[in-house]
Design a protein around this ligand. Structure first.
Ligand SMILES: Nc1ncnc2c1ncn2[C@@H]1O[C@H](COP(=O)(O)OP(=O)(O)OP(=O)(O)O)[C@@H](O)[C@H]1O
Ligand SMILES: [Mg+2]
Length: 396
């Protein structure tokens, strides 16, 4: 379900935005328009759909238009042209009062550095914003307490900001957004000022919260690893435009152009890819119909030294090596079950590459990838290495 629809959205900073729009439609670049008119294109004809309950990451270099885009969603910045729909309602058409309601009830925002009020307690700081919503004090403090629990700050309600570390203060910012209990949270570099360890903690916490609360989160970051870790979808921006939108896998495995490619160059793919991304189609034999002779013949044909055995439903039964098959032929074995190994290395489709790497060096046969019992693919050392070096990877 679409939560936020962005249609042909443009922001031009400058005096004669009509003229700027004309130039954009003619295909002039941000740079050309700036040189010729002095106007800055913040966001350039962006189309985006953000689904309900997803964490949608916007990333891009400094000045690419991320903040401008996200701030148009609650009209902290007025769009020059285009449309924004939230739950099907045109945000661009709202009058002041309607807009105020949307900001209070639908969209909360967390910034990189936001100020806590030093003379107010953590609970009061968290509840700030609820007061303007007209919520009675008792309810405000209860909501604040719940939100602080969610970000692991239970017990700090009565402390003052100066008594908290920077990371804890940033969590209060998140708690404040959570306390407002909006469907949508906009986070503009909310973690960027934190040191790496605390940042990782916050990422983990946000993931957990997201799973628990199912909010729609639009999350801006400079950091590709953070984007890959958190994002259900990632949009890459450059010069006000969206260069690519996709799942983390899609962006890594299939960078739309050299700009995206350069962005993903330094990524540790082992943390992002899972078994289903690197498995290949397995050679198999049928447990009912095939004996050691067929097994050995198949292995010779395919140039492999072991083969997986499945039943008619493609459920994994075991594995036979070439040596075992050869021995079986000598011993006049007919039923493959009497020689196959049933204890096989096995992972689920979503097993991360990091775990697969650990396994694969200890075992001689390919790892089976299964869904319940069904054999979906196999992983061989070569494809793991290829994935790690980001060469061509075969998909099953
Ligand atoms: N108020 C403004 N007046 C004029 N130009 C602006 C204004 N705000 C932003 N811009 C310009 O719009 C473009 C996009 O800026 P924006 O702040 O959205 O980038 P960003 O991707 O958020 O960058 P950063 O990562 O540094 O926060 C930039 O070229 C910037 O100079
Ligand atoms: Mg910004």
């Amino acid at each position: 379900m679409k939560k936020i629809e962005i249609k042909n959205l443009t922001k031009i900073f400058g005096k004669n935005t009509k003229e700027g729009l004309k130039r954009l439609k003619k295909g002039q670049t941000k740079e050309e328009i700036f040189k010729e008119t002095g106007m800055t294109v913040g966001v350039n004809q962006v189309d985006l759909d953000i689904n309900e309950g997803e964490l949608f990451v916007i990333m891009g270099l400094s000045g690419s238009g991320k903040s401008t885009l996200i701030r148009m969603l609650n009209r902290l910045i007025e769009p020059t042209s285009g449309d924004i729909l939230i739950d099907g309602v045109h945000i661009t058409n709202l009058n002041k009062a309607e807009l105020r309601d949307v900001r209070r009830q639908k969209i909360a925002m967390v910034f990189q550095s936001f100020a806590l009020f030093p003379h107010m307690t953590i609970a009061e700081n968290t509840a700030y914003g609820l007061e303007v919503q007209g919520i009675p004090e008792e309810d405000r403090l209860r909501k604040a307490k719940e939100a602080l629990e969610l970000v692991n700050l239970a017990g700090y309600e009565d402390q003052y900001p100066s008594q908290l570390s920077g990371g804890m203060q940033q969590r209060v910012g998140l708690a404040r957004a959570l306390a407002a209990d909006t469907d949508i949270i906009l986070m503009d570099e909310a973690f960027s000022a934190l040191d790496p360890l605390i940042r990782k903690e916050m990422q983990d916490e946000l993931e957990k919260l997201q799973a628990k609360m199912g909010k729609t989160i639009v999350f801006i970051t400079h950091d590709l690893n953070e984007a890959l870790k958190l994002g259900d979808h990632i949009a890459l921006m450059r010069d006000g435009k969206i260069v690519q939108v996709g799942t983390p896998e899609e962006i890594l495995m299939n960078p739309a152009n050299t700009f995206v490619e350069r962005f993903v160059e330094d990524v540790d793919v082992s943390k992002i890819l899972s078994a289903e991304n690197i498995m290949i189609q397995p050679e198999t034999i049928d447990v009912r119909r095939h004996g050691p002779r067929v097994a050995l013949e198949r292995m010779k044909q395919a140039g492999i030294s072991s083969i997986y055995v499945v039943n008619e439903k493609n459920e994994l039964q075991g594995i036979v090596t070439a040596d075992e098959a050869a021995q079986g032929i000598k011993d006049h074995v007919i039923d493959i079950r009497s020689i196959m190994e049933t204890d096989v290395p096995r992972v689920d489709e979503d097993c991360p590459l990091t775990e697969i790497i650990e396994k694969i060096y200890d075992i001689k046969v390919p790892i089976a990838v299964t869904d319940q019992k069904v054999l979906k693919g196999i992983i061989i050392r070569g494809t793991v290495l290829a994935a790690l070096s980001k060469e061509e990877v075969s998909y099953a």
